[in-house]
Design a protein around this ligand. Structure first.
Ligand code: UD1
Length: 357
């Protein structure tokens, strides 16, 4: 079995870590393709080194651009690679433009598509990610969903064939990494903060960074928080954060995007997280850190159930208040059995065998 995996954006490097290792361990051929959607050292290379990902066999060097241009370049550059490599599967992760491009190229070449993190919905079609997810799911042959909720959602859309509940690669990695976090992580000293006496924030969604009044309301909420806020800044957010004076004489401590283990360590000791990232909502959940989501909706609805996560949108008063809520008492286990990588490989193998039969 030959699996061609398409990755390109930071969260996909994290998701690929355990699965690439599992494929390698079982002697299954993986052809790793990096689209180049993320290319800054701290958004890409650092993760390959830290998570010990194999060097990609193909680097498409697509870079940034509008959605049409970026996705179009990916389609153009990926098609000949898939034709040449003749994989049994093209595997895509999540909901980025790299996901969309990988799924479309494969489907058009009649190569089976496996979609990791299938079945998630925000029900907000204004999000580019929502379009990417829906399209990827509807051209995929194997829909690798984290839990029954995602499977039910697909069933509501008439998709029942090839759906497999496998758990969540990002949650599994976070659980493994959490066990390695030192009692007093050095990253706290860098920011001069003490355990539970600071917050962490990240903002990178287009709806939050590309609309100035929205971004201002988010800053207002963070500035009204009762503790210092460590704020690793995504490249997309750099310009507006600087124009709005974030970190100038306020409680915000801006820094570059942090490597995986440092980010997790910083998060683990924080009093709460403010974020519009999907992955970080789950990582906070795993680390039992209360999360305030800076969006009106979330795909990760299970994190809301016991109050670990609350939706604050861009309402400044809600944001500040939400960080002060009591830590919830209960927590379920909605993201699988800790063996998503194994479950995914087995699903691929079974499906490949059924094609051959
Ligand atoms: C992308 C995904 C988003 C995911 C996020 C994770 C899409 C539509 N969005 O958003 O779902 O949550 O990745 O980080 O695919 N830039 C750099 N250096 C880089 C990469 C980007 O400076 O290495 C800057 C560029 O100005 C670029 C902007 O960030 O225009 C946005 O990058 P892009 O890849 O279009 O989307 P993200 O916002 O990163």
């Amino acid at each position: 079995m030959r699996v061609l995996s398409v990755i390109g954006a930071r969260p996909q490097f994290v998701k690929a870590a355990l699965l690439s290792a599992e494929l390698a361990q079982r002697g299954i051929d993986e052809i790793l393709v990096h689209t180049g959607q993320h290319y800054d050292r701290e958004m890409s290379d650092v993760f390959f080194e830290e998570l010990r990902l194999p060097v990609p066999a193909h680097y498409l060097n697509v870079g940034s651009g509008g959605h049409g241009m970026q996705t179009g370049e990916m389609l153009k550059r990926l098609e000949p690679v898939v034709q040449r490599e003749e994989p049994d599967w093209v595997l895509v992760y999540g909901d980025t433009n790299s996901t969309l491009a990988g799924a479309l190229v494969a489907a058009k070449l009649h190569v089976p598509v496996a979609h990791v993190e299938a079945g998630l919905r925000s029900f907000n079609r204004a999000m580019p990610e929502e379009i990417n997810r829906v399209v990827a799911d509807h051209v995929a042959d194997l829909l690798l969903v984290p839990n029954e909720n995602a499977a039910k959602q697909l069933a509501q859309e008439g998709v029942t064939r090839g759906v497999r509940v496998v758990g969540d690669l990002m949650v599994d990695l976070a659980m493994q990494a959490a066990a390695q976090i030192p009692a007093r992580p050095p990253v706290l000293d860098r920011f001069g903060v003490k355990p539970r006496e600071y917050y962490v924030a990240t903002i990178h969604r287009a709806s939050n960074t590309d609309d100035r009044p929205t971004f201002r309301r988010l800053l207002e909420g963070l500035r009204a928080a009762d503790r210092p806020v460590v704020f690793p800044v995504h490249p997309r957010t750099r310009e507006i954060a600087s124009q709005e004076g974030a970190g100038d004489g306020d409680n915000l401590m801006l820094c570059e995007p942090l490597p995986y283990a440092q980010m997790l360590a910083l998060l683990s000791q924080s009093a709460a997280l403010f974020t519009d990232s999907g992955g970080l909502q789950k990582e906070a959940f795993v680390l039992k850190v209360p999360c305030v989501t800076l969006r009106e909706e979330t795909e990760w609805i299970e994190t809301l159930e016991d109050g670990w996560n609350v939706l604050a949108g861009s309402d400044a008063a809600k944001i500040a208040a939400a960080s002060r809520r009591p830590v919830p008492m209960r927590q379920g286990t909605p993201y699988g059995d800790g063996h998503a990588a194994r479950n995914i490989v087995e699903a691929l193998q079974e499906r490949t065998a059924s094609y051959a039969a």
